[in-house]
Design a binder for this molecule. Structure first.
Ligand code: HSE
Length: 291
């Protein structure tokens, strides 16, 4: 089973909007044997194989146990992973392994889980890897395209093109938890209002499949405002991208990668490459489409 990487939040859609992108993917094989709901990863290969520990304490095994429990199956899962999504870059690496695992189990069981249950099970994998069961990476990795997650799972296939800028900077071991702790529990009313305005643009852009409105939505989020100082050069990179024709710029998930919506991606890519060079931060810049 293959699952693509994902970019969560898209600016103001914190924990409720995520987008699967064709830049990286994981491949997972699951074998179900008689048992009592245990799950373990028995093999990890691929370029980022050292990011997922063997055994029972990892996002894929946690998600598998949750799926088997929801499906009320007395079976054990043996999981093999080819790990192609780089970890701790804000690209939903643990979410991709969890999503592929849950999807594979559901297929083996004959498609017994509802969409909301697939998301719930895969999100349990996120709890162990980041301390919170946020669904906005696993849902796009499960269903593809752009997903808005509430009581229902709403799926869209926007016709937009993106760049992913991936800075290879050091990040804390518990990066997502660390980045979530940067967000204060209370939001000043003027910022709340601005955040809601941009979230409205994001939703309208999705509904109308309009890249300009969607990009305007990406361009402000209270969450990104709180987190951006932890990404070297973020404000300047965003400014340069926007003045060179990008339509929207946001932190990808909990960062440090940056998601850029553009019409002329090669032009914006050149500008960002120069800017990363100027500030001395090694980075990869990739074109990526909704997967
Ligand atoms: N919505 C989550 C966050 C995504 O921003 O913390 C983490 O990948």
């Amino acid at each position: 089973m293959r699952a693509f990487c994902s970019s969560a939040n898209l600016g103001p859609g914190y924990d409720i909007v995520g987008l699967a992108l064709n830049a990286f993917h994981d491949i997972v094989e699951v074998e179900l044997v008689k048992g009592d709901g245990r799950a373990e990863v028995v093999d990890v290969r691929g370029p980022y194989s050292n990011s997922i520990p063997l055994g029972e304490r990892n996002s894929a095994a946690e998600a598998a146990r949750a799926a088997l429990k929801l499906a009320e199956q007395r079976l054990d899962a043996k999981i093999r992973i080819w790990k192609g999504v780089p970890p701790r870059r804000g690209l939903g690496s643990s979410g991709a392994s969890a999503a592929a695992t849950v999807r594979a189990i559901d297929i083996l069981l004959g498609g017994v889980l509802k969409d909301e249950e697939l998301v719930k099970a895969a999100s349990e994998g996120e709890r162990i890897s980041s301390g919170s069961a946020h669904p906005d990476n696993v849902a796009p990795s499960l269903f593809g395209g752009l997903v808005v997650i509430g009581r229902e799972v709403l799926k869209f296939k926007p016709d937009f093109e993106f760049l992913l800028a991936i800075p290879w900077i050091d990040v804390p071991e518990n990066k997502t938890e660390y980045m979530r702790n940067l967000i204060p529990k209370e939001v000043p009313l003027d910022k709340f209002s601005k955040h809601c305005l941009h979230l409205s643009h994001l939703m309208l852009g999705i509904a109308l499949n309009d890249a300009r409105i969607f990009g305007e939505g990406m361009n402000y989020s209270f969450i990104d405002e709180c987190r951006s100082r932890s990404i070297p050069g973020f404000d300047e990179l965003r400014r340069r991208a926007l003045e060179n024709g990008a339509l929207g710029v946001s932190i990808s998930g909990a960062g440090p990668s940056i998601l850029i919506l553009c019409e002329d991606c090669p032009r914006v890519s050149r500008v960002l490459r120069d800017e990363f060079k100027r500030i001395g931060v090694p980075a990869t810049i990739l074109e990526a489409s909704p997967a």
